[in-house]
Each structure stands twice: as C-alpha cells, then as structure tokens.
Design a protein around this ligand. Structure first.
Ligand code: SAH
Ligand code: F3S
Length: 440
C-alpha cells in the first residue's frame, strides 16, 4: 500500500480538512504514516493568516529537499490557504513541489494526486469549487472530541485578513448533512463537537429556507451520546440575542464564547472594517454576562495595526481589563498580500508591535490568573480527555468553560467520562482539583 504523510499547520478547520483528505486518499489505498522518510506522498496543509505561518511552510519544504533527491518518486503537495493565496508562487520558490491545491479542491484530492503522478509536471488547482460535505473520516485514536465544519468562507473582508481570499464566500452546509455527520460521530463514541466556521454565527443565512446557528445547536442537542457543543469563531456583528439565549437554554451548549475584538479603538476598528464600535461590543458583553451566568470569554487581538497610536493601543488594553477575558490570543499585525491594510501607508514599526504585544499578553495574563483563582473551591464538570502533561499518573480534562483541569483519578479509568472535580488550586494556565465523582 502507498504511504501518505500529512503535515497540518493552522486552525481547527485545517485539522478537519486534513482528516477528510486522509479519509479520501484512504479509499485510494493510501495509508497514513508518521514517518516522512517512508512516504510516497507528503501533503502539507497550510495556513496563510500571518507571514510567519507561510515562512514555516517554506522552511519545511527546504527540509524535504533531501528526501526528494533520495526518492525521486516521492510526490510533495501543498494544500489549503497558502496554496490558494500564493498559487504558482509556491512552485517558483519551492520547485520540489508537485501539486498545489486550495481548499475548494479538497474533494478532488484523489484525482489531483493521480494527475500529478501521471503528468510528471506540477499540477496547480486553485479555482472555485462546489461546496461538498465530506463525511468519510478516519477513525482517530481519541474518539472523544471532534470538529465539524458547518460553514466555509467569510464575506466580511476585514482589511487585515486573507480568509475571504483563501476560503471564498460564506457558504453553509445543510443542517441535515451536519446532523448526519454528528450522529455518525456519536455512534463512534464521540462526546463533544465543535462546530466550525470562519464566521460561524452567520450560519444558515445563505440557505433556503434560511436558518441560524441557534437552531442548529438546538438540533445537535438532540443527538444522543453527544454531551457538549462548542462553536467557533463568532463575529460580534452576527451575534444575536437568539444565540446568546441558546447558550443559556440549550443544555449541551457550553458556557464559553470566543468573540474576537481585534482592537479597542473605534478609529482602528473602522480602519479594520470590523463593523462594530467599542460601545456596541461592550453592549454585547453586557448582554452575554447578564444572560449566561458563568460564561467564559476569550478573544483575539492585533497589536500594531497600521496607524495604531499609543492612545489606540491603550484603548485595547483598557477593553481587555474592562471585559475581563478568561483567555486572550494576541498577534502582531502581519501585512498580507492582496489585503487592503497591507497597502496602508502608516505601517507600525516591528519594534513597537513587539512591545505592544508583550504588554497585551501581560495584562491578559494577570486577568486570566485572577479569573482562575476565583474558581478555587468550586466544583466543576470535567470531560476527562487524557493524562496530565506534567504528571502522567494524574488525569486531565476540560471544564465546560474550556479550562484544563488536572486531578488524581485514584487509578480509575475515566477516559471519556464526565466527572465532577473540586478545584483546589489555580495555576496560570490550568487548574488542579480533586475528584468528587461521576457527573451522571
Ligand atoms: N473568523 C476567523 C478569524 C480568522 S483569523 C476565525 O475563525 O478565527 C484568526 C485571528 O488571526 C483573527 O481573529 C486575527 O486576530 C488574527 N489575524 C488575522 N489576520 C491577521 C494579520 N494579518 N495579522 C495579524 N493577525 C491576524
Ligand atoms: Fe477574517 Fe474578518 Fe472574516 S477576521 S475571517 S475577514 S470576519
């Protein structure tokens, strides 16, 4: 049997896509291998969100050169967002690549690989494609938590972001096909699903009849065996009261929301084309906090967007304090090809970006520590998903609010179980606790 080695960079949607690719190529007699030196086909699933992500791929391709020299029959493919964004530029910079294809072409991966093998010249496939729901996934060893893509693309055109260029327009999968996939996962023993979309809370607007994410979550709640539902990423512009109420009312919907803010300055938000102001964002936060008790919030921030002054930056820090996020993902602004902001004349020097990023992470870290500390003494529901990283004799899992909890399981086999754990100690990035008992 031919062997496939898959390398995946980037977001959860890429992980999901890689699983589909492995499933599809499995039907063509490719079996997965962890070892690149025994592969007949190496596929790199790429991310283009920041320049650093792309540089990683080029340096990885550089490392693969030797393998290709030893084994001229080896096929090397680059797929995903960077393929869609850079297209033939990848072949120019990395001539060892035999195949480049974007996410719309994933459903045809088998045919593309065959073409690359037959034609002995590079194959490039970065056109638009029909939306296909691929449900043939490989059985994975953990069989506990799964990602499920519910919509593709994004129409928002934030001025810094390549996603509308790499993933195309917003298109939702039909609820029935999503539910069928989730029922299949439940039958295999999966207990948690994360519904994925670049702009997931715009789900369903493009369908006939139109529907929404709240309705989808209500239907997923009915799937027996699934215990927890998460979704990501939500855009403040599309956050409805209906969805907020679903977070409160749908029993399996976890009390956790990732709501990217990007900047706390109205002037910068406008230049980013985000479609909301800080006042509107704060209104949403107030409604969320009033409606959903115990809701955990996380966000994305960008440091050093073009034209960001010290005052703009201070406004972001102030929002972080005011909202009190449970966790924060912050990035230095990276100019991306074909995005509007890359051409803005007032780019911020790298040194300032770096300093601001560090500062944001400090502020966010202090708040996170405070939030974690407030959980000491509480009893929380934990889905056990493995062993503690630091002490393999201890079990680990996540709370509904997505925090890692390590605890002594007393030698019991609890993998995949929902248990109750009393939090005894808060660490900066995780919690420690003692087992109280099974949750059900
Ligand atoms: N809605 C998407 C957002 C995609 S990008 C999602 O599913 O997560 C994830 C985050 O990367 C964004 O929220 C933003 O904070 C950051 N990001 C996007 N483009 C960037 C750029 N050019 N430079 C720095 N950070 C960027
Ligand atoms: Fe990117 Fe903005 Fe869409 S961050 S994914 S263009 S909502």
């Amino acid at each position: 049997m031919a062997k496939l080695h898959l390398i995946t960079y980037g977001c959860q949607m890429n992980e999901y896509d890689s699983e589909r690719v492995a499933g599809l190529l499995g039907r063509q007699q490719y079996e997965l291998t962890d070892r690149e030196d025994e592969a007949d086909l190496i596929l790199i699933n790429t991310c283009a969100i920041r320049e650093k992500a792309e540089e990683k791929v080029f340096s990885r391709l550089g490392e693969l050169k030797g393998l290709k020299q030893k084994n001229p029959g080896l096929l090397i493919g680059v797929m995903g967002c960077m393929a869609q964004l850079q297209q033939s530029a990848i072949l120019k910079r990395a001539p060892i690549v035999d195949l480049v294809f974007g996410s719309p072409a994933i459903a045809r991966v088998g045919e593309l690989v065959e073409r690359a093998r037959r034609e002995r010249r590079p194959v490039l496939e970065t056109g638009e494609g029909a939306l296909v729901k691929l449900t043939g996934i490989l059985p994975r060893p953990d069989r506990l938590k799964a990602f499920v893509t519910v919509m593709e693309g994004c129409d928002k055109y934030c001025t810094f972001c390549v996603v509308p260029l790499t993933r195309g327009r917003e298109r939702s999968h039909a609820p029935e096909s999503i539910l069928e996939e989730i029922r299949g996962l439940a039958r295999q023993g999966y207990r948690e699903v994360t519904l994925l979309g670049q702009n997931v809370n715009a789900y369903g607007k493009d369908l006939t009849p139109a529907t929404d994410l709240a309705a989808l979550i209500e239907s997923v709640n009915e799937v027996e065996g699934i215990e927890r539902i998460r979704f990501t990423t939500s855009n403040p512009v599309n956050l409805t009261s209906r969805l907020i109420q679903a977070l409160r009312d749908v029993p399996k919907a976890c009390e956790y929301l990732h709501l990217p803010l990007q900047s706390g300055s109205d002037r910068i938000l406008e230049r980013m084309n985000r479609g909301y102001t800080r006042a509107r964002y704060l209104e949403l936060i107030a409604e969320l906090q009033e409606t959903v008790p115990g809701l955990a919030l996380s966000t994305d921030l960008i440091a050093g967007f073009p034209g960001e002054t010290e005052a703009d930056f201070e406004a972001t820090g102030e929002m972080v304090e005011r909202v009190g996020y449970d966790s924060v993902f912050a990035f230095r602004y990276s100019p991306r090809p074909r995005t509007a902001a890359a051409a803005f004349p007032d780019q911020v020097p790298e040194a300032h970006k770096g300093r601001r990023l560090t500062r944001l992470l400090e502020v966010a870290g202090a708040i996170q520590a405070r939030k974690n500390a407030a959980l000491e003494g509480r009893e929380m529901e934990v889905l056990v998903d493995g062993v503690s990283k630091k002490n393999p004799r201890e079990l680990a899992g996540r709370t509904r609010c997505n925090r890692v909890v390590n605890f002594d399981g007393g030698g019991r086999r609890l993998y995949g179980e929902l248990v109750r754990v009393r939090i005894t100690q808060a660490m900066p990035h995780s919690l420690r606790g003692t087992l109280v008992g099974r949750a059900q």
